[in-house]
Design a protein around this ligand. Structure first.
Ligand SMILES: CC(C)(COP(=O)(O)OP(=O)(O)OC[C@H]1O[C@@H](n2cnc3c(N)ncnc32)[C@H](O)[C@@H]1OP(=O)(O)O)[C@@H](O)C(=O)NCCC(=O)NCCS
Length: 180
C-alpha cells in the first residue's frame, strides 16, 4: 500500500470485483469519452474479476501494475491507476493511465495517485521514464500530469481510437531524477 494525504493506492484484488463493477458502471458514459467503447459484458462483476486475475498475471510477468485508488477517510474505491507496457532492456519505461470516479473529481485524487505510482515506478521498479498519452482537449488530465512534474513532449498523431475516431495524443513524460 502506498499512502498519500487523501488517498492510498494498492494492487486490485479479486475481492474488489464487485466495487470495480459498480465503479465502471457508474462512470460508463464519462469514461467512454476518454477510452475505448466497451460492450455491456465489460460491466459485470465476473468480467471485472477476470480482469483483476489478468492484472495479477501481468504483475507477475513485470508487464504491468494495476492499482485501485482508495479514499483514506472510508476506504472506498475512488479510481484506478496503472502502469502498462513496461519495457525493460535499454528503455526501462512504462505508460501511466488513470480514472477517477466522476463524483470524486476535483479533489486532487488523480494528482496524488500519479505522484504515488511515480514513486513506486522509480523507487521499487527502478524505471527510468514514465510516459502518458492524453487527448489535447482533456485539459484536466494534462493538468494532473503537469502538477505531478511531467513535461509535454510531442503530439502523436491519430494515436488512439475513441468512439470510432482516431484521435491525437499529447505525449507527456517524466524522467527518474535519480537516473538521468
Ligand atoms: C482527468 C481525471 C483523472 C482528473 O481527476 P481529478 O481527481 O479530478 O484530478 P485533480 O483534482 O488531481 O486535478 C485536476 C486539475 O485539472 C483542473 N481542471 C479540471 N477541469 C478543467 C478544465 N476543464 N479546464 C482547466 N482545468 C481543469 C482542476 O482545476 C485541477 O487543477 P488545479 O489543482 O490546478 O485546480 C478525471 O477527470 C478522469 O478520470 N477523467 C476521465 C478519464 C481520463 O481522462 N483519464 C485520463 C486519460 S489520459
Amino acid at each position: 500500500m502506498l499512502k498519500g494525504k487523501k488517498v492510498y493506492i494498492r494492487p486490485l484484488e479479486v475481492e474488489d470485483s464487485k466495487d470495480m463493477a459498480v465503479f465502471q458502471r457508474d462512470n460508463r458514459a464519462f469514461f467512454e469519452k476518454f477510452s475505448m467503447e466497451r460492450g455491456d459484458e465489460f460491466y459485470s462483476e465476473d468480467t471485472q474479476r477476470s480482469r483483476i486475475k489478468d492484472f495479477h498475471e501481468e504483475m507477475l510477468k513485470d508487464d504491468g501494475y494495476y492499482f485501485g485508488i482508495f479514499k483514506q477517510e472510508d476506504d472506498q474505491l475512488a479510481g484506478t491507476i496503472n502502469l502498462f507496457q513496461v519495457l525493460r532492456g535499454s528503455l526501462q519505461g512504462a505508460f501511466v493511465g488513470y480514472f477517477i470516479d466522476q463524483k470524486h473529481n476535483g479533489h486532487g485524487f488523480a494528482t496524488e495517485a500519479v505522484e504515488l505510482i511515480v514513486e513506486y515506478a522509480f523507487k521499487e521498479l527502478q524505471l527510468h521514464r514514465i510516459e502518458a498519452g492524453v487527448m489535447p482537449r482533456n485539459i484536466a488530465s494534462i493538468r494532473v500530469l503537469e502538477k505531478a512534474g511531467f513535461h509535454k513532449e510531442g503530439i502523436a498523431r491519430k494515436n488512439v481510437k475513441i468512439n470510432g475516431k482516431w484521435e491525437d495524443h499529447q505525449m507527456l513524460a517524466l524522467i527518474n531524477p535519480e537516473d538521468e
